[in-house]
Design a protein around this ligand. Structure first.
Ligand SMILES: [Zn+2]
Length: 289
């Protein structure tokens, strides 16, 4: 139960190496898409055509809930493939084939449920909270007295947002860079504001029990928000939806915003990783949960 995993140390080494390697790749710091003309590889036109169609039509359940299409995850996949070529280009298909080959899969260059499962595994392994949680270990919440409070301008709707000091520092560095690099983010005062940080596990569980419609089990048992390392960021909201609505049209809208595009391509520079089912949910990996 209280096994403090030495696997964390191994994870940190891996994540540290990963971070260093990815920081070196800042050539793709900009989140803009590369012109299609330079994303063309003739031999991969056939899978590219299939991807162009499945992007909006693939019927699957990547997170145990039926979904149609995979565009919601395209930004994270591009980041993983180190490309800004659009997901329906032949260069993207070529890189996808390379990824499949690395995982000893049939290198079709076509996105499908099995290939996505590999991406998902890679992404989940980068989340220390998920890794320590695998065997049922739920990290204790930090003493609230040790937490820092985000400034009112950093919080969404004036909410009080406690976080571990390291998380807040990393967040501030990230937001400063985002505003420098993307005028649209600098202009929108809601962009990247925090609507949830540390959540006291007892209060969270009580609220969950009182609220028949809360996102249930995770909140009641062991939410990453108990660590003070997780934060929910405003990345946009489709008309009629809230900034944390997991309805597919809302998630698709969110992942198309410049804010999410920039995060997907750059948040790793500041030690943040995303839970791709929730475009707003980010975790700082600079400290053990
Ligand atoms: Zn969250």
């Amino acid at each position: 139960m209280t096994r403090k995993p030495s696997r964390w140390r191994r994870f940190r080494q891996a994540a540290g190496g990963l971070l260093a390697a990815t920081v070196a790749l800042t050539a793709m710091a900009a989140s803009a898409q590369t012109p299609r003309s330079v994303c063309t590889v003739a031999a991969f036109e056939p899978p590219a055509r299939i991807n162009a169609s499945s992007l909006r039509s693939l019927v699957w359940a990547p997170f145990r809930r039926d979904e149609i299409g995979w565009e919601i995850y395209a930004r994270q996949i591009q980041r993983e493939l180190r490309t800004t070529c659009a997901p329906d280009t032949s260069r993207f298909a070529q890189l996808l084939a390379g990824f499949q080959k690395r995982f000893r899969m049939k290198a079709t260059g076509q996105m499908d449920a099995d290939t996505f499962l590999r991406f998902k595994g890679v992404w989940q392994e980068r989340r220390p909270f998920v890794m320590v949680n695998l065997n049922g270990y739920c990290p204790p919440a930090p003493d609230p007295a040790t937490l820092a409070i985000a400034a009112p301008t950093e919080s969404y709707g004036g909410k009080t947002i406690p976080l571990r000091p390291g998380t807040l520092n990393a967040y501030r560095a990230m937001v400063a860079a985002a505003k420098r690099e993307v005028p649209a983010i600098a202009k929108d005062t809601r962009s990247l504001t925090i609507f949830s940080g540390f959540r006291d596990p007892d209060a969270d569980a009580a609220r969950c029990l009182a609220d028949a419609n809360c996102d249930g089990v995770v909140r009641a048992t062991c939410s990453p928000h108990r660590t003070g390392l997780a934060l929910d960021l405003y990345v946009g909201q489709a008309p009629g939806y809230g900034p944390d609505s997991s309805a597919d049209p809302n998630r698709l809208y969110m992942t198309r915003t410049p804010t999410y595009g920039w995060l997907a391509a750059n948040a790793h520079r500041f030690g943040f990783v995303n839970y791709p089912f929730e475009p707003w949910h980010w975790e700082w990996i600079g400290q053990a949960p």
